[in-house]
Structure formats: C-alpha cells, structure tokens
Design a protein around this ligand. Structure first.
Ligand code: PLP
Length: 386
C-alpha cells in the first residue's frame, strides 16, 4: 500500500531531537525554528515530559470518559492557574479542527443561532464547520460549503459593525485568531478585538478566540487575544498543548452551561494526553517559558529588522513573520539545505518562525548569523566578482 500523497515533503528523515535541535539519519544537526508547525512548545524530548509520559504509560494509557479521570481535573486546575482563567470550564479533545468544531457548535447550542463571522485569510481547520470558516476555497469541499459563514475583512471595524447592525440577531459566533498563522502572521488589532467583544455582548453572540497556533504562551501571554484586555467566551487550543502528543481543548466561560451529551469524544482527555498536557504546563511554569518567548522573540524581531532584505517584520513573542522579496524567494529553502535551519512559510513569500518557547538567546543568535550568511551568499551569487 502507498501513502495517500497530500503533503509536499522535504527529503529528510529525523531520527533524534532535543531542545531546539533535531538530527537526521545521516547525523546532520538542524536548528528547529518551525517546531513541527508550532507544536513543540517546551522543546523536543524534554526530560520532565518524557518521564511523566513514560510513568503514565506504565500505569494506564487510556480509558474512556465513562469513568473518573482525576488527571483531567488536575489539568483543568493547572490550566486555569497558568492561563489566568480559573473560572472557565475545560472540554478536552484531540486536534485543533476538532476544538474549533466544538466551539462553533457549542456557541450555536448556546444561543440557538446559525451564522458565524470569520475573517479574510483565516485558518480554522479542515473538518466541516472549521473548514467552512477557513478562507481558502481550495480546501473547502462542496459538502462543506454553507451560507452560514460570513467572511469579513480582517481588522475592519466598520465592516464588522455594519454586519452586526444588519443581521446581529442571527449571529451565533465570531471566530478569530489573535495572530493569523497560516494567513501569514497578521496580528489582530487590540481595538478590533475589543469591538468584537462589545458587539458580541450587545447582540448575544459568542466570541471564540482561536488560540490553536497563537496561544499557549507563544505570544508571551498565555492567549494572544488577551493583549486586548477583554475576555473571549471560548478559547480553543491544541498544537503546543501537548508538545507533540495529540491533545486539544476548549475553555468555556462560566455563563455557558453544560448539558450531558452535548459534546463528546472517545479519545479526548485520555490519561496519556492529560499527562502530556500537565507536563507541558509544569515545564512552562518552572522554566518561565512565556517570559522567555517574550524576550527572545523581541530580540529576534529587533535583529531581523536590521537586515535590509527582510521586510515587514511582525508578530509577537515567538510567533514571527517577515516578507522576502522576489529575489530572495529561495531563502527558506536555502536556510534548510545550506544552513540546516527549519523555518515555516506562508504564501506567497512569507517566512514564519514558530520555535519552541524554550529557544535560547544563543540559538536565536545562531539563526541570525545563518540568515545573514545565507543572504550574503545569495547576494554574491547574483553579482559574481569577475
Ligand atoms: C489557527 C489554527 N486553527 C486551527 C488549526 C487546525 O488544527 P489541527 O491541524 O490540529 O486540526 C490550525 C492548524 O494549523 C491553526 O493554525
């Protein structure tokens, strides 16, 4: 049997990983500023994480949600403390798309409405409602198409106000990434998020903060939406939550009440998933990784701004993007193959940095040296000395 070929892949096989580094089967070392797509939050194979998961696996790996799983309660407590949302309620699932799917569905149960507002360049996942709220027609199958999702321009307060004034009583929820990831690292304005909050309050709609890529401390705050100083009704999270173990969740404000069977999952919140998520939060707290993300992220952005070939450096904490001009469109590929540095991309010519929140200053310095060297190489091969 062959694999269903849906990913353009790099010809690299990773066999070992530690902190912000990975090694291939030929022994080559790479600096990882991609984190397997913003997933590696506390660093690869962190000893506390490995130990907690191993110990849990030796006790019990899985049982369903039909019995008590005290680890879930422990996780809820810890998450409430680290995120500063102790009064919220936690529902656990397995992936980002599933988290958004559950959030959108829960909002609809809550206010008995159907319409969702999403924004240009949004990415919310590939399941039916999540993909319908994603601004990329190429990944929306005919069966996913629905008139229930209204796309508005990102950061456009007037368009949002207009939409609410025309059909505010039909709007179930507004879903927005605090920093768009797949869309190219676009930060939601604080005034825009405040406007979403006030319009949702006025019209009884639910504000859903998609924190799957921008959350879990990556921005330097636990949720990047919280820079706006207002609370969302539901925050969705995945990626960094398990440092590679598939675990996701939504946290729900106290005024939204649960009913038996309204949401459910087989695998969500299993023993191993909770152990992984707890290990991540314990390391984040112990090693003050949110502070590290803020400091090292700022250093990176400041240094990147000094490189004239890189344009429009943006982002928060360790979620950073910049544009490269047409002449340098091979930069990302060259960084990988020549400098042995993994980075992320966004179309057309955006490089995205999504490293572990434990990225050290010296790793960041190494990256800055690599990118300068690679740009220098590219410049001199364009203009060879004769
Ligand atoms: C903002 C955002 N939401 C949702 C998702 C979907 O997450 P998953 O791939 O775990 O389903 C992603 C994945 O990239 C994302 O970046």
């Amino acid at each position: 049997m062959n694999l269903f070929d849906v990913y353009p892949i790099n010809d690299i096989t990773i066999v070992k990983a530690k902190g912000s580094y990975v090694w291939d089967d030929k022994g080559e070392q790479y600096l990882d500023l991609y984190g397997g797509h913003a997933v590696i939050s506390i660093g690869h194979t962190h000893p506390h994480y490995v130990q907690r998961l191993t110990e849990q696996l030796n006790k019990v790996g899985f049982y369903s949600n039909s019995i008590k799983i005290p680890l879930q309660q422990e996780l809820a407590q810890k998450l409430g403390k680290v995120s500063g949302k102790a009064d919220y309620q936690l529902f656990l699932c397995n992936s980002g798309a599933e988290a958004n799917e559950n959030a959108l569905k829960l909002a609809s149960f809550y206010n008995n409405r159907k319409k969702i507002i999403a924004f240009t360049k949004a990415f919310h996942g590939r399941t039916s409602l999540a993909v319908a709220a994603t601004d990329n027609p190429n990944i929306v199958a005919p069966v996913n198409q629905t008139d229930n999702v209204i796309f508005l321009p990102f950061n456009d307060e007037t368009a949002l106000e207009d939409c609410f004034s025309k059909q505010g009583n039909e709007i179930s929820s507004v879903i927005i990434e605090g920093i768009q990831g797949v869309g190219g690292i676009n930060v939601a304005n604080e005034t825009f998020l405040k406007k979403i909050r006030s319009l949702c309050d006025e019209y009884g709609a639910v504000y859903i903060a998609d924190s799957i890529q921008c959350g879990y401390g990556r921005s330097g705050k636990f949720f990047s939406h919280d820079f706006a100083g207002v609370q969302a009704d539901i925050y969705t999270m995945a990626k960094g939550m398990g440092n590679g173990f598939p675990v996701a969740g939504i946290i729900i404000a106290p005024h939204i009440k649960s009913k038996h069977y309204m949401l459910g999952t087989t695998f969500g919140g299993n023993h191993l998933a909770c152990a992984a998520a707890l290990a991540v939060l314990e390391v984040m707290e112990e090693e003050k990784l949110m502070g590290n993300a803020a400091t090292v992220g700022l250093y990176l952005r400041e240094e990147l701004k000094k490189i004239p070939q890189l344009k429009n450096i943006r982002g928060r904490g360790l979620m950073i993007g910049f544009d490269v001009t047409e002449d340098f469109k091979e930069l990302r590929k060259n960084l990988l193959w020549n400098q042995k540095v993994f980075t992320g991309e966004a179309k057309p010519n955006v490089i995205r940095l999504l490293p572990s929140l434990a990225l050290r200053k010296r790793d960041a310095e190494q990256f800055i040296d690599s990118i300068k060297e690679e740009i220098q190489q590219m410049v001199s091969s364009e203009n060879p000395v004769v």
